[in-house]
Design a protein around this ligand. Sequence first.
Ligand code: B16
Ligand code: MG
Length: 215
Amino acid sequence: MKKKGFIFDLDGVIVDTAKYHYRAWKKLADQLGFKFTHKHNELLKGVSRKRSLEILLAIGKISASDEQKEYWMHSKNQEYLKYIRKMTAEEILPDVPKVLNFLNSNNQPIALGSASKNAEEILTRVGLLKDFKTLVDGTHVSKAKPDPEVFLKGAALLGIKPQNCVVFEDASAGIEAAKAAGMTAIGIGKSSNLPGADYVFSDFTEISTDFIAQL
Ligand code: B16
Ligand code: MG
């Protein structure tokens, strides 16, 4: 198998942390006195914490000082961490270990490319940290997806040219970022939500190792 770089998004690809983000943001919305629905939560997928708060406050038609926003982001994250700290390997999405093991046993380097500042904690909790050669997360990037920064940094750290990298993403902004980086973009989810992806699968159970080997 030809050497390539493989870059995985975290939330929606490796684990489903969107439900925990939802509960934590909903608690804040409840305190602020407005409704925050599952449909609203879709708008926050793949988006940074700061941008998520801005979207949430726009839904509630609330304006606030930067200091107040910092405080709300901190308290939301404290609430989110309560859920994260209870995560186990059982929450890894189906067949993700199959793909990671296949890549590692074929000496294909793997990076994480996530917007989350909690990425290392999550991978540690579910026992997958050892599978990654490098992590690029929300603590390392200044420009959020759809900017390609997160994936270009991942490629550089893997020492693989962007055109030889493959990205797995569940968010449309992430697919856009991967394509802007000149990479092969594999969407995980519904093709109607992931325009521009080179391939789309509903989850890793649909991705065979033969398919990965011929990429
Ligand atoms: P945190 P990903 C993203 O993860 C989530 O999809 C998004 O909903 C969240 O706001 C963002 O991480 C930041 O997360 O508050 O933990 O820094 O999909 O890029 O892996
Ligand atoms: Mg995601």
